[in-house]
Design a binder for this molecule. Structure first.
Ligand SMILES: *Cc1c(COP(=O)(O)O)cnc(C)c1O
Length: 354
């Protein structure tokens, strides 16, 4: 049937998301979801939204949500763009701001959706190797380019980059857009949102999927100069007028207003992460420093493949990337709640028993 396909479809290499298993009772530590459910205020807002008004289209501009996000960050609503998950926001960013004559730059080890968007939109890119400690070195990006994008903290390493390094990059790189994908920033990494008023070529993306426990609601956003936001709006309004449905807008507003719940759950995740790092290090794992809600770890005596398969046999699923070779021995493990983390440790002890 593929003779009916558009030419571009033959050449796409789609992104492969982490598995969403149908089986119950698995300890699911493979897609960096939050182990704690969303705020009860979010649930109440969603219930209130289940009403006759669903027959009406939502606000195409998501105005109330933009105001809530702008207030939260101390910005203007004209500096905010919202989308159906930050993946959709990123797709529009690639198409509207990162396609130029010079190649786009991103790390060789990073979020694997970036090369997929390049394939979809025909964007030339070059990857920049992480250093021997798996860190981003900003000097390596100081060369002619059509744009720069990386997550902070980086994925799947979890390693945070200090804000001073991002500012150094922005001072050196003024001719193209620099996008910082802050999907995990709330778990202990410094945010670059504080720099958007000063650097007009800086765009920062956030998601409600991780620190706000709303992966199922699909809300993400970008903040930056109003001129960059306008480019995103032009693409969005040429694609889908209503990416944020009524539930998504109401739930996201309620989430951003419940600061106590947000603080409590993110602190809990960070405390659990520190505890897991100590325990896994004691078992002989090398754990990269993490500013995210996951850790990236390898064991000198066991292959990544062996460990991932062994955990799976014990109903614990984690993410293992076979490629690139430099990270093939690592496991990416999402921080769970106490009982999930205990199940992980128990399964690891069983595997590592002499
Ligand atoms: C999870 C993730 C996203 C996308 O999240 P959405 O669920 O689409 O909002 C974007 N970038 C990185 C690095 C991520 O890990």
């Amino acid at each position: 049937m593929s003779q009916y396909w558009s030419d571009i479809v033959h050449h796409l290499t789609p992104y492969v998301p982490g598995e969403q298993p149908k089986l119950q009772n698995l300890v699911k530590l493979n897609t960096n979801e939050n182990p704690y459910g969303p705020s009860p205020k979010v649930i109440a807002a969603l219930q209130a939204e289940a009403a006759d008004s669903l027959r009406l289209y939502p606000d195409p501009d998501s105005g109330r949500l933009k105001v809530a996000i702008a207030d939260y960050h101390g910005l203007q609503p004209s500096q905010v763009f919202v989308g159906n998950g930050s993946d959709e926001v990123l797709a529009h960013v690639f198409q509207s701001l990162l396609k130029h004559d010079q190649p786009l730059l991103f790390p060789d080890i990073t979020y694997s959706f970036y090369p997929v968007y390049c394939g979809l939109y025909g964007i030339q890119f070059e990857t920049v190797p992480l250093n021997a400690q798996f860190q981003i070195t900003v000097q390596d990006y100081m060369r002619p380019n059509g744009g720069i994008i990386f997550p902070n903290p980086n994925a799947p390493t979890g390693i945070p980059l200090p804000l001073a390094d991002i500012e150094r990059l922005l001072q050196a790189n003024t001719q193209s857009v620099v996008v910082i994908d802050e999907a995990y920033v709330d778990f202990g990494t410094e945010s670059a949102v504080s720099l958007v008023n000063q650097y007009h070529n800086l765009l920062v993306t956030h998601t409600y999927s991780k620190s706000r426990s709303l992966a199922g609601l699909r809300v993400g956003y970008a903040v930056g100069d109003a001129g960059l936001i306008e480019a995103l709006m032009r693409v969005k309004d040429s694609f889908n007028s209503y990416p944020i449905d009524r539930f998504a807008e109401a739930g996201a507003i309620a989430a951003i207003k419940d600061e106590d719940f947000f603080q409590q759950t993110r602190q809990q995740v960070m405390a659990s992460r520190e505890q897991l790092v100590v325990e896994m290090t004691a078992m002989g794992f090398e754990v990269l420093p993490s500013g995210a809600n996951f850790i990236f770890a390898r064991h000198p005596q066991y292959s990544g493949e062996q460990l991932a398969a062994g955990l799976r046999e014990q109903a614990v699923i984690v993410r293992h990337f076979k490629k690139p070779a430099r990270i093939a021995e690592f496991l990416r493990i999402t921080i769970g709640d106490d009982s999930q983390n205990q199940a992980l440790m128990k399964a690891l002890r069983t595997l590592l028993q002499p």
